[in-house]
Design a protein around this ligand. Structure first.
Ligand SMILES: Cc1ncc(COP(=O)(O)O)c(C=O)c1O
Length: 369
């Protein structure tokens, strides 16, 4: 019997070499390879169009993790203080908080949106275990954060906010808080490694830009403690080619989400992640089981040669490197940790592949009862 082919959880599709070539040839001509070159500048202008903001507010960075860290640092949070973050996020969020010199303080999310709500922070502040210097709300798998609510939170409490919208290329809205987006290969607009920060205004963007270049001012003196988080011209070449293909990639993602939702609708005991397939393109397909059976169902899918995983494992508070961080009670995070599963999903997933996932999932769920 032929072995069943393994269905990977993700099969990213970045621009083909031919689509990048003309941009690479520009690099050959200019011999400008990094440090805010012409392709990065053009990429930032096109991104500004995409997000409907002034180009002076857009800063490309080497990846979203560094983008969050320097966006946070640009807010001048009280050093060594706590930074409220949801535990229900990818480990990059607390990693960026640590890089910014703050201590992650894990808070719970809302079950329906998977997001940290400003009211949760306001309530937790009453018993905070130290000085709270900042907040990093997360846009979970691209489900956009409520920008107005965070603008109001910051205005009311004076605690700086920086937003992790890593998966939010197609859903992010720029507000008063700087917002970081990932261009990792696993994201909808993938370029390999890269990120974008949408700043509040040109002044904040300039600060972030300088921080991405060792904190140097134009006279080459460091006026901020910075890092190296610049995007190279080569990465910008891929970015420009990726943007050229964006309408096609977006339509593919949206079509796949629609077909997936239709197939999964046959399984009444599961729901898709908030926001999945409801307008903005997503690069991952997550489901919530009716029962706390995530580990068992993943094992069964993997045995059927269908790769499934928990993208965010069991919440950041359970990672060994972060178990000592302070936290509130996290009942909703624990709820999601036992129920959320990432399924195979990519722009050109076929009907046959979706059907195979739906059938194996139905079989895995029936075995679990
Ligand atoms: C929620 C979240 N934050 C941050 C990141 C980090 O992005 P990058 O890989 O560009 O550093 C990711 C990456 O997947 C993420 O999912």
């Amino acid at each position: 019997m032929p072995a069943t082919e393994r269905l990977q959880i993700m099969r990213p599709r970045l621009p083909a070499a031919a689509a990048i070539l003309s941009y690479l040839e520009e690099i050959d001509r200019t011999r400008w390879y990094t440090n805010f070159g012409p392709l990065v500048s053009r990429f930032e202008h096109r991104l500004a169009e995409h997000f409907g903001v002034d180009p002076a507010r857009v800063v490309c960075v080497a990846n979203c993790t560094l983008g969050i860290a320097i966006a946070l640092r640009a807010r001048d949070p009280v050093a060594g203080g706590l930074c409220a973050v949801p535990s229900w996020t990818f480990i990059a969020t607390p990693a960026a908080v640590r890089l910014a010199g703050l201590v992650p303080w894990f808070l719970d999310v809302d079950r329906d949106t998977w997001r940290l709500h400003p009211d949760t922070v306001l309530k937790a502040l009453e018993d905070a275990p130290g000085q709270v210097s900042a907040v990093v709300p997360v846009s979970p798998f691209g489900n956009p954060v409520d920008i107005d609510a965070w603008n109001a939170f910051e205005a009311e409490r004076g605690i700086p906010v920086a937003i992790d919208a890593a998966a939010g290329f197609d859903s992010a809205v720029a507000g008063n808080a700087p917002l970081a987006i990932s261009l990792h290969a696993t994201k909808t607009l993938g370029i390999g490694e890269g990120g974008i920060v949408l700043a509040r205004d040109s002044r904040q963007a300039e600060r972030i830009r300088r921080m991405s270049n060792f904190g140097l001012a134009s006279d080459r003196r460091a006026i901020f403690v910075g890092v190296n988080a610049k995007l190279s011209e080569y990465a910008a070449a891929v970015g420009l080619a990726s943007l050229d293909a964006w309408p096609e990639i977006r339509a593919l993602y949206q079509g796949s989400a629609e077909r997936y939702r239709a197939a999964l609708a046959r399984l009444p005991e599961i729901a898709t992640a908030p926001g999945f397939g409801r307008g903005a393109a997503n690069a991952t397909c997550n489901i919530v089981l009716g029962q706390p059976l995530a580990d068992r169902v993943i094992q069964r899918l993997n045995r059927a040669e269908i790769e499934a995983r928990q993208w965010w494992v069991k919440g950041c508070h359970r990672h060994p490197a972060y178990v000592d961080c302070p936290r509130t009670a996290l009942p909703e995070t624990e709820f999601l940790a036992e129920r959320v599963i990432g399924l195979p999903y990519f722009p050109d997933i076929t009907d046959g592949e979706i059907e195979r996932v739906a059938q194996s999932l139905a079989a895995a769920l029936s075995q679990s009862e």
